[in-house]
Design a protein around this ligand. Structure first.
Ligand code: URP
Ligand code: ZN
Ligand code: ZN
Length: 474
């Protein structure tokens, strides 16, 4: 493989920014040189990438995607091929997807099925979390097996969705106790699903069937309550590492901040949709268009008793929220979202997003919500550390995988105008949004996968990453 020199750029890491050149030999970063030093040392590269006026950052790590996720009679529309290509376009070089165990299924079979979907199809590296949708003695044994032998060191449980993936408090406690022995991270979908189901039925009985009622039936208080309960259970299990996924609500953030203040190993992520979209402007769109924005937890109102979005941005600045992921779970509007035209509870839950996280969170830098360093930390470095992939992933340093994005702050990106994006959906949740900044060049383990607005990656280049335990504990 080639020797590549990235010159004249500004490297950005969580701890600062500095002008330096990056020298890549094959799949890994060989050295960081002072500007001009490579020439004086007689270093010869096969390819030089001029990053004058640009940022050189670690490839993005998106630790929450759902490629090909079955949901009732349908499936999330991105395959590992289309989804990993779209991710690469957006400056993501590693995804961690959620392998699925449904009720009555065996965990090891669920993981094997996910390997089968992904193997040979990805253009960037990939790893797996395991969804535990049926917790019993055998699944607990399998959990430890996955940690010790399969490089799967994090497990997602659901306090929502009583009809499908739901675990009761006893099951959650048992999984947490197992995790406190094997070192795994418990990832929690924290919404009180039992109470939500009562509200859903009451709205439907009143004829309130529009997409906006999806959000109204899932109040932020019930996200806060479930987050509190998950934290208490993690304490009872011995301060087991707990990571709250896709946080949307101030009440939940307050619970996490309080737990962190007590020194507990409690962490959380949010997603771009919760930072930008609102019930008023998006979920309430007429002619069923609001269905495009249905996900769980839901997009919140800007007139709630809390200002969720400004609290989430503050949480990101304060490291109460450690990570931004996408929860990429794409469905088409036509034929899929429309399954819930007369009943919001039948709208498949999830949004496309893997292509746009780096851009949308960079816009937070432009708007003054985050520093440049914090952008890199929340989108690249901490996700790699949280889920045991550091320092191969998430940092520009000698010995790390040459997963690199050259970012041009002087260009603009217009998101998905008229559906022109690379995700396999017929709409974008951020259609027409103009972002300051643009993905310029993307390298995945030394291979240029995006350059000059062209995809140059290769199906099958992406490898499975066997993960270590969490490297982010207090
Ligand atoms: O609505 C969502 N978030 N769909 C994906 C599944 C999940 O709960 O993460
Ligand atoms: Zn979830
Ligand atoms: Zn998800």
């Amino acid at each position: 493989m080639a020797r590549i020199l990235i010159t004249n750029g500004t490297i950005v890491s969580p701890s600062g920014r500095y002008a330096s050149d990056v020298f890549i030999d094959g799949e890994t970063i060989q050295a960081i040189f002072q500007p001009g030093q490579a020439a004086s040392l007689g270093i010869v590269a096969d390819k030089v990438i001029d990053a004058t006026g640009k940022y050189v950052i670690p490839g993005g790590v998106d630790v929450h995607t759902h490629m090909e996720l079955p949901m009732g009679p349908i499936e999330a529309t991105d395959t590992f091929e289309t989804g990993s290509n779209a991710a690469a376009w957006g400056g993501i070089t590693t995804i961690v997807d959620m392998a699925l165990q449904r009720k009555g299924e065996n965990i090891q079979d669920g993981l094997a099925a996910w390997h089968q979907k992904a193997a040979g199809n990805c253009s960037i590296d990939y790893a797996f979390h395991q969804i535990m949708g049926d917790i019993h003695e055998q699944s607990l044994k399998d959990m430890t097996y996955l940690v010790e032998h399969e490089g799967v060191t994090s497990f997602k449980l659901f306090m929502a969705y009583p009809d499908t993936y739901y675990s009761d408090d006893g099951q959650i406690l048992r999984a947490m106790q197992e995790a406190s022995n094997n070192g795994a991270v418990i990832m929690m979908h924290a919404e009180n699903g039992m109470a939500i189901d009562v509200l859903v039925q009451q709205h439907l009985a009143r004829g309130e069937t529009d997409p906006v009622f999806h959000s109204i039936s899932r109040p932020s208080l019930l996200e806060g309550e479930a987050t509190h309960r998950a934290i208490v259970l993690s304490q009872v299990a011995g301060n087991v590492p707990l990571y709250i996924v896709h946080m949307s609500a101030s009440e939940a953030l307050n619970e996490v901040a309080r737990a962190q203040h007590e020194g507990l190993n409690v962490f959380a992520e949010t997603c771009p949709q919760y930072l930008y979209l609102t019930l008023e402007e998006h979920l309430s769109q007429p002619d069923f268009e609001g269905a495009k924005f249905v996900c769980s937890p839901p997009i919140r109102s800007r007139h709630d008793h809390h200002h969720h979005q400004s609290d989430l941005w503050k949480g990101l600045r304060m490291n109460e929220l450690a990570v931004v992921s996408t929860d990429h779970c794409p469905f088409c509007f036509k034929d899929q979202k429309t399954l819930g035209r007369n009943d919001f509870s039948k709208i498949p839950n999830g949004l496309p997003g893997v292509e746009h996280r780096m851009e949308l969170i960079y816009q937070g830098v432009v708007l003054g919500e985050l520093s440049l360093e914090r952008w890199v930390e929340t989108c690249c470095t901490t996700p790699a550390r949280m889920f045991g992939m550091y320092p191969k992933k998430g940092i520009i340093a000698p010995g790390a995988d040459a997963d690199i994005v050259v970012w041009d702050p002087h260009q603009k990106t217009t998101i998905g105008i008229n559906g022109k994006h690379h995700m396999n959906t017929d709409y974008s949740a951020f259609e027409g949004t103009v972002i300051d900044g643009k993905v310029d060049t993307v390298l995945s383990r030394g291979m240029v996968v995006v350059e000059n607005d062209t995809f140059t990656g290769r199906k099958g280049h992406g490898k499975y990453v066997k993960r270590d335990l969490c490297q982010y504990l207090h």
